[in-house]
Design a protein around this ligand. Sequence first.
Ligand SMILES: Cc1cc2nc3c(=O)[nH]c(=O)nc-3n(C[C@H](O)[C@H](O)[C@H](O)COP(=O)(O)OP(=O)(O)OC[C@H]3O[C@@H](n4cnc5c(N)ncnc54)[C@H](O)[C@@H]3O)c2cc1C
Ligand SMILES: *[C@@H]1O[C@H](CO)[C@@H](O)[C@H](O)[C@H]1NC(C)=O
Ligand SMILES: *[C@@H]1O[C@H](CO)[C@@H](O)[C@H](O)[C@H]1NC(C)=O
Ligand SMILES: *[C@@H]1O[C@H](CO)[C@@H](O)[C@H](O)[C@H]1NC(C)=O
Ligand SMILES: *[C@@H]1O[C@H](CO)[C@@H](O)[C@H](O)[C@H]1NC(C)=O
Ligand SMILES: *[C@@H]1O[C@H](CO)[C@@H](O)[C@H](O)[C@H]1NC(C)=O
Ligand SMILES: *[C@@H]1O[C@H](CO)[C@@H](O)[C@H](O)[C@H]1NC(C)=O
Ligand SMILES: *[C@@H]1O[C@H](CO)[C@@H](O)[C@H](O)[C@H]1NC(C)=O
Length: 536
Amino acid sequence: MAKKPRIVVIGAGMAGLTAANKLYTSTGSKDMFELFVVEGGDRIGGRINTSEFCGDRIEMGATWIHGIGGSPVHQIAEKINALESDQPWECMDGFCDEPTTVAEGGFELNASIVDPISTLFKNLMEFAQRNVNEESIVADATWCSRNGGNESVGAFLRRGLDAYWDSRKDFEELGSYGEWSRKLLEESVFAMLENTQRTYTSTGDLFDLDFEAESEYRMFPGEEITISQGYLSIIKYLSSALPPGVVQLDRKVDRIEWQPQDHHCRRHQRQVDDLRPVKIHFFDGSFMSADHVIVTVSLGVLKAGTCKDSGMLFSPPLPSYKTDAISRLGYGVVNKLFLQLSRNGNKKPEFPSLQMVFHRSESQLRHEKIPWWMRRTASLSPIYSNSSVLLSWFAGKEALELETLSDEEIINVVSTMVSSLLAKPHKEMKSENGSNGSCNGTGSEVRFVKVLKTKWGSDPLFLGSYSYVAVGSTGADFDTMAEPLPNSPTGVHHPLQILFAGEATHRTHYSTTHGAYFSGLREANRLLQHYHRVEA
Ligand SMILES: Cc1cc2nc3c(=O)[nH]c(=O)nc-3n(C[C@H](O)[C@H](O)[C@H](O)COP(=O)(O)OP(=O)(O)OC[C@H]3O[C@@H](n4cnc5c(N)ncnc54)[C@H](O)[C@@H]3O)c2cc1C
Ligand SMILES: *[C@@H]1O[C@H](CO)[C@@H](O)[C@H](O)[C@H]1NC(C)=O
Ligand SMILES: *[C@@H]1O[C@H](CO)[C@@H](O)[C@H](O)[C@H]1NC(C)=O
Ligand SMILES: *[C@@H]1O[C@H](CO)[C@@H](O)[C@H](O)[C@H]1NC(C)=O
Ligand SMILES: *[C@@H]1O[C@H](CO)[C@@H](O)[C@H](O)[C@H]1NC(C)=O
Ligand SMILES: *[C@@H]1O[C@H](CO)[C@@H](O)[C@H](O)[C@H]1NC(C)=O
Ligand SMILES: *[C@@H]1O[C@H](CO)[C@@H](O)[C@H](O)[C@H]1NC(C)=O
Ligand SMILES: *[C@@H]1O[C@H](CO)[C@@H](O)[C@H](O)[C@H]1NC(C)=O
């Protein structure tokens, strides 16, 4: 009797579990394959990790459904009633959308200062993602024309800000604000919005985000929401269809041995009883043979695994067109920091949803106690109104630095920062000509008791957070990532030995959970089609 084809999925994250779910549940394929999902960690979910902090449900990784219109993740969430819960959850009440903007020095910024810059920034980003035409940004859009390739989103944004300033040279009349000039204030608000964008794109520096390639990124329409029962509910749903034994935890893959040439030429090298073309070696010394492997490890793990210094994940190494795409595409670090506020007696803590505007670190600092790694963080806000848990997002080298800090150090710095922003009877930001408004800040009473931070950058199973289009990469690199191996056009005895899924293999929805989902479906369908098991 012929052996069933054995398919091994590497990684039990969104892409891997979607692929396994599809392969297993497709009509007629239940007994068609021998299926395994091998996961290096001790849990399923990968970059989805719903957890708990101080009694509140939180997300360590994926947090948002980025647009509910057409999102397969949203469809599953609805189907399994994951969008309803009695318990409060992250950003349940839209509270995060109505922030108070404060500038270093203790000034609250009036909407008349923040809104025009926010609108400008939003228009520029929409243009960068090609959702609007040039005319709607500024009347004179000549500054938009670029000089050749390798333009970055960062450079584009700054040229947009300069053009905005050129269009209105009235700063002097607008007066100054405490230690801030109007122009410096506007620039710092713009920088705050750039910092938010760094966390959205996982780009340490927007000057490393490719302007041309960024235009291919697609958002779903509709609201962006969080999942009240936790993102992990989607993962549990996908894996619940699989029988016991399919998903194997704590099985970290060390090396994937494959046969780039026709298998027959190399048969003598193989064990006699084992004609499957791929051999997966695990860190504990065990191995498993397979007909097909779906690799879903992160782009960061692939970068490390194809770099000669850190040990090769593939043997023989991947062809150079593959490794070139892997090295061109960007993969950044984004971390979340959760802080618990101490309760003041029995009172529920009331902390505003803060947007934070800092002086440029190179400018003369009045508040040097706030270190560099804190100064590019755009917000600090309760995860829902009245929650005692506050959340900040970090990107780039600041996010990596955060991973190395002690809880005590983080509490000290955040406390100092909150005092600087809120402690004074906090003045409303008005022109010096106006009267100084005053209200009571909450800053002086704020105490933090507990800290939880994510460490996606140093975790060897992820080595970062999600992918982006680095300057010099193109959308085509994602397609190259997705190509199966071996790629010889004809005469391959064992085709589709290595298939690639994961967020970094999706050309327009990379960096997201739904991108990972689509990629898993794509590779499952590739195999189903190969075995003529695709339904209409
Ligand atoms: C902080 C953060 C916030 C995010 N926010 C959002 C958001 O709001 N919305 C959104 O849509 N997306 C968000 N994302 C991105 C989203 O989480 C990912 O795009 C998606 O979960 C990736 O799924 P994947 O299956 O491609 O990869 P992964 O989830 O990384 O799955 C790969 C699996 O492979 C395993 N693995 C790695 N190496 C090995 C090995 N050698 N052997 C065996 N197993 C191995 C890993 O442990 C992992 O489980 C966020 C990510 C992070 C980190
Ligand atoms: C996932 O969450 C658990 C707690 O629920 C935590 O112990 C673990 O460190 C988290 N892992 C990652 C990679 O965030
Ligand atoms: C902002 O300040 C201006 C002038 O000081 C004032 O007219 C306006 O009402 C303020 N707006 C808000 C939202 O407070
Ligand atoms: C873009 O950058 C790459 C690598 O730095 C370089 O090889 C290429 O020539 C550049 N292209 C343009 C059009 O400047
Ligand atoms: C937050 O607390 C205040 C009073 O403490 C209350 O009026 C309000 O309804 C609470 N909001 C939510 C969303 O629970
Ligand atoms: C602020 O005061 C200066 C002089 O004190 C004046 O020239 C300027 O017009 C005033 N600005 C506004 C916006 O009132
Ligand atoms: C506002 O406060 C500043 C500094 O605190 C002070 O110099 C200034 O005179 C005040 N202006 C008014 C109108 O009270
Ligand atoms: C500020 O606090 C003091 C005492 O705590 C109180 O008397 C005053 O009314 C408060 N002012 C405002 C504007 O809330």
